[in-house]
Design a protein around this ligand. Structure first.
Ligand SMILES: Cc1ncc(COP(=O)(O)O)c(C=O)c1O
Length: 499
């Protein structure tokens, strides 16, 4: 392997020039053209404040909070603010983490350990959740030895179906989950109903407010119909909410709240068994830069309550324009949009997202799940900056819709359809270990010999193309276990080769 490190260090000028070169093909997260994973308020001065905070704290390590008490002060402020937004009392204890996934990991660990101690024997604990739950629960389950059961949602509202959750709970269920809102459709699960079930069955209820925690309370204040979803409801055990989403902090900021201090005990890790320093880790990682905590603190204090209220007003206005525009263009909303909206239509939404990308708009096509009557859809994460751009986007949407209607079905697409039906029949609902082992063994052999050809066939030999519709469509067409394997392989290859 070639050593890429220069013998003599580069100057600041050279470094910045090189970094700019590396970033030349990046999309602009501040542009308002992304309706995917950027959360852009369009407040430039706020960004500058966050950058200053990052500079001040980048090399301070949260591993040892005895050395840097600023960390405890800033974290307490953020946790207290989050708790008050979620109507928590003095008993609530929380942790600042680097992302929603990490917050969910801590909630899952706490729920699992509580469950195992209560039960007094080791089984494989289960998480029961609507199929719309974020994959970070599957990830936590994979890392920590749980099993996830995804159940149907209401076919009209695309929110959780409490009966389906209730029916799926067994004596091994450690946790149930509801989202406020879920990522695919932006619908808010009926947390009150889920909480009654949690109390009745004695299970942990985690509310995933990673998306909505910092924005739904403000939308409610402005008169939007937002159902209750927080600690005001008995039976809610923990809540995750991400400042790096709708509190507009730089990426790497989330919060997990536990109804009781004792619940938080189960989420932490402490170790005094080695000859080194005593370890108490409130989060998953050990060494963490204080920069992101400081940046989140700075962002929140810069915007203040009035700032957040104003940004929520812009989101509502953007959402109304977007929902109306999509309706006019012949699409229908899936359930009740919140800060996320999803639309469905008879036309090929993978092609539509490519057409929109050609016009500079980034929307996310979603495959749906035919067996659960969930059609393919187009996902939009709505940001305050979209208020001033929504009309332009909708005007392009109308044009692109007409273009896609006229596009003929290609031979490759016909084959894909046949291929996917055949593969769908071959794939068992859930693969057992023996089948998975066989699949992996075969995949290793095939990918070693044919990997490069597969990359070429997918147009991925030089990295990710600008238009990804056909790749998403392929992944949507084959059984998920195979799609996961293929996607994982492609990502390893592209990271290894570089672009
Ligand atoms: C509902 C929900 N929960 C959890 C997560 C995971 O958050 P993160 O990407 O910050 O790890 C996401 C991410 O989009 C999400 O939408």
């Amino acid at each position: 392997m070639k050593n890429i490190l220069p013998k003599k260090g580069l100057s600041m000028e050279e470094i910045l020039r090189k970094l700019k070169e590396y970033a030349a093909d990046d999309l602009d997260p501040y542009s308002g053209r992304l309706f995917t994973i950027a959360f852009e308020p369009g407040v430039e001065e706020m960004r500058e404040v966050a950058f200053e905070a990052i500079k001040m704290f980048a090399f301070k390590n949260m591993l040892d909070f005895t050395e840097f008490p600023s960390m405890i002060r800033m974290e307490k402020d953020i946790i207290d603010y989050s708790t008050s937004l979620m109507h928590g009392d003095e008993q609530v204890a929380g942790t600042f983490t680097f992302g929603g996934t990490e917050s969910v990991f801590l909630a899952v660990k706490a729920a699992r350990d509580c469950f195992i101690l209560k039960k007094g024997s080791i089984t494989i604990p289960e998480i029961v959740m609507p199929v719309t739950g974020h994959p970070c629960y599957d990830k936590a389950a994979e890392y920590m030895g749980l099993r996830v059961k995804r159940v149907r949602v209401n076919e009209k509202t695309f929110a959780a179906d409490p009966d389906a959750i209730n029916e799926a709970i067994t004596e091994d269920t450690a946790m149930i989950v509801g989202s406020a809102p879920n990522w695919p459709f932006g619908t808010i699960d009926p947390i009150k109903d889920l909480a009654s079930i949690a109390i009745d069955k004695g299970v942990w209820l985690h509310v995933d407010a990673c998306v909505g925690g910092f924005v739904l309370p403000f939308m409610k204040k402005l008169g939007e119909k937002i159902p209750d979803f927080d600690f005001a409801i008995d039976g809610v055990s923990s809540i995750s909410m991400d400042p790096h989403k709708y509190a507009y902090a730089p990426i790497g900021a989330s919060v997990v709240l536990f109804r009781k201090k004792f619940y938080k005990m189960f989420s932490q890790f402490s170790n005094l068994k080695w000859p080194g320093y005593p370890i108490v880790n409130p989060a998953v990682l050990s060494s963490r830069s204080e920069a992101l905590l400081a940046a989140a603190w700075a962002t929140m204090h810069f915007l203040g309550e009035e700032g957040y209220l104003e940004l929520a007003r812009k989101i509502i206005s953007a959402k109304n324009k977007i929902v109306e525009g999509f309706k006019e263009a012949g699409y229908s909303a899936m359930g009740e949009p919140s800060v996320i909206a999803a639309f469905t239509s008879e036309i090929n939404l993978f092609k539509l997202s490519d057409e929109m990308a050609k016009n500079g708009w980034i929307l996310m096509p979603q495959k749906g799940i035919a067996s659960m009557n969930i059609p393919p859809s187009l996902h939009l994460t709505i940001n305050p900056i979209h208020e001033k751009l929504a009309d332009f986007m909708i005007s392009d949407l109308k044009k692109c819709t007409e273009v896609v209607k006229e596009l003929p079905q290609t031979e490759a697409e016909n084959l894909l359809e046949i291929f996917s039906v055949a593969l769908g029949m071959l794939s068992p609902g859930e693969m057992d270990i023996a089948t998975l082992a066989k699949l992996f063994a075969q995949a290793e052999k095939v990918l070693e010999v044919q990997g490069e050809r597969i990359l070429q066939a997918l147009g991925l030999e030089k990295g990710f193309p600008k238009e990804m519709g056909s790749i998403f469509q392929l992944l949507a067409s084959i059984p998920p276990e195979m799609a996961e394997l293929l996607a994982s392989y492609v990502v390893i290859e592209i990271f290894k080769k570089g672009i």
